[in-house]
Design a protein around this ligand. Structure first.
Ligand code: ADP
Length: 514
């Protein structure tokens, strides 16, 4: 009875082996030149903190200085306005008409330098009546024609009679004004920018000190952080080395913290478990293979001795004994071939010779090899093989797969000795090959293990077809290298179905379409 697709899909989930990606060749480079994480963390950390401090320092310098300057401009503007008003009201009586004294008084009380200039920039007030105006030391203080020129130019540019601007080392308030008697003056008020410059310098020094402090701090912190980060990695390296030397007792967990490191530890532990399993199985294989080699060799030797000593003269017995020798030599040959096949396949040395071939005809061909079992041991092969299904792959290797799977079914099928072989189209692009037996089935906990390299059932089983315990491992390796999907569905007490999905070739690719 045909089962639904869903049933099939459900069954397929158990024991299914997904084809892996193309094998990659990894080489362990012993001395790879690279910068240590310790240095990288330190360098990045230090550079980053220095940059942040530098950025903050510069930003502070710019914003604070800007604020200072804006404030200074605003301040001198305000003071200039007040002073101008006071001057326009004229010197109060208490000054005794001493205009120069009044200006000096205003200068002191507003903390600015106030001058009244004529249109040529000559200082009119305040005057120092006892000074010699022609003395060179005084002259440059009394003649501000250049400064006035700049102020007048700014007034013209701004179309205003009052300007405030930053001079070389001072803030300037300049205003054209008329006092009594309609005489034109220029009120020229200055305030030194020294305080701002000093503040800026001070800030520069503080930023510099902060940079040094940050450098030292980041050195200390980054050393601690990088040490903390690299410690488990260094431990992993040490443990990996021990693992490479064959110490499977190492445990990568211990020192790991941080999700990524825990994941790495888990992955390494998994790799360790796999390696130790492979190592154990390899040792078991050597023991098994040596045992399997020894049995036929002992038989060959014993029967050869028997021919020499006993049956040499008796043709009937001699032929019987010689046949045993031939059979045992065949067993040895197939054992050696399996070991060689597996080692070549898994090392990736063997290149697949892919070509298109008739899978239907080939399946019949493989089945023919088991024909002798029908006559000699009463096996029955029930086939449902669709005709003309072409696929692409290494014909010989895929033949080995079919042979091993059918051989296993023969070995493990039940008392009825029936083996079902099916090859049916699944879709336009895929066909499914399956072999079903009616044997004991495989326990769920063994389903994954049977594909393992060197796995061999503990239970002794009488096998009509010779097995080396490597068959399914060879099947898995060949199918994985082809990138084909395969698996096993099994029910204890009912039997097992091993299946493979092959790609179907269209007629044009098989050459039949032409
Ligand atoms: P061998 O059959 O030579 O022991 P294989 O690699 O072909 O080696 O199979 C590995 C193991 O898988 C077998 O020892 C057996 O336990 C199990 N196995 C394989 N095919 C079947 C099957 N059709 N039914 C039950 N068990 C099987």
């Amino acid at each position: 009875m045909k089962k639904s697709r869903q049933d099939k899909a459900e069954k397929r989930t158990e024991g299914k082996v997904k084809p892996p990606k193309e094998p990659r060749v990894h080489r362990y480079r012993r001395k790879q030149r690279s910068t240590s994480i310790y240095f990288l963390v330190w360098a990045i950390f230090t550079a980053l903190s220095l940059l942040i401090v530098l950025f903050c320092g510069i930003a502070q310098q710019i914003t604070v200085l800007r604020a200072y300057k804006d404030e200074a401009a605003h301040d001198i503007n305000e003071k200039g306005r007040l002073i101008k008003e006071e001057l326009q009201r004229g010197a109060p009586d208490w000054t005794g008409g001493n205009y120069s004294g009044f200006l000096r008084f205003l200068s002191r009380s507003h903390d600015v330098n106030i001058l009244l200039l004529d249109e040529n920039g000559v200082v009119l007030f305040p005057q120092e009546p006892h000074f010699d105006p022609s003395a060179p030391e005084i002259e440059e203080h009394l003649n501000l024609s250049k400064e006035l020129q700049i102020a007048v130019q700014k007034m013209q540019e701004q179309g205003s009679e009052t300007v405030v601007y930053e001079g070389e080392r001072e803030y300037v308030y300049a205003s054209k004004t008329e006092f009594a008697e309609d005489v034109e003056f220029y009120l020229y008020i200055t305030k030194s920018t020294e305080i701002i410059e000093a503040a800026s310098e001070n800030m520069g020094v503080r930023t510099g000190l902060l940079l040094v402090f940050t450098f030292i701090l980041s050195f200390a912190v980054s050393s601690a952080v990088s040490g903390w980060l690299t410690k488990p990695i260094t431990e992993f390296t040490e443990k990996s080395r021990r693992l490479a030397e064959g110490d499977f007792e190492v445990d990568f967990r211990g020192a790991a913290y941080g999700r990524e490191l825990v994941e790495l530890a888990d992955a390494l532990n998994f790799a360790k478990d796999e390696l130790s399993k492979t190592d154990r199985m390899q040792k078991e294989l050597i023991a098994n293979v040596s045992h399997d080699f020894k049995t036929p060799l002992t038989m060959i030797k014993a029967y050869a001795s028997m021919i020499i000593e006993i049956s040499g003269e008796n043709p009937e017995k001699r032929t019987k004994h010689a046949q045993v020798i031939v059979d045992e030599a065949d067993r040895l040959t197939s054992l050696v071939n399996d070991v060689l096949d597996l080692s070549k396949l898994s090392s990736g040395m063997e290149v697949l010779q892919k070509n298109a071939f008739d899978l239907s005809a080939y399946t019949y061909e493989i089945l023919d090899r088991f024909a002798y079992l029908k006559e000699t041991q009463g096996y029955r092969f029930e086939t449902e093989i669709a005709d003309g299904l072409y696929t692409c792959g290494d014909e010989l290797k895929l033949g080995q797969v079919l042979y091993n799977l059918i051989g296993n079914a023969v070995n493990y099928t039940g008392e009825d000795r029936i083996v079902y072989v099916r090859l049916q189209k699944e879709s336009d692009t895929v066909c499914r090959f399956s072999v079903t037996d009616t044997g004991k089935g495989i326990k769920p906990e063994e389903l994954n293990g049977i594909w393992e390299r060197y796995y061999r059932s503990k239970e002794m089983h009488k096998r009509p077809v010779q097995g080396t315990g490597l068959g399914l491992s060879i099947v898995k390796t060949i199918l994985q290298r082809h990138g084909l999907e395969f698996g096993v569905d099994s029910k204890v007490g009912e039997g097992s179905t091993f299946y493979v999905y092959f790609p179907l070739l269209g007629e044009e690719k098989t050459g039949k379409g032409e």
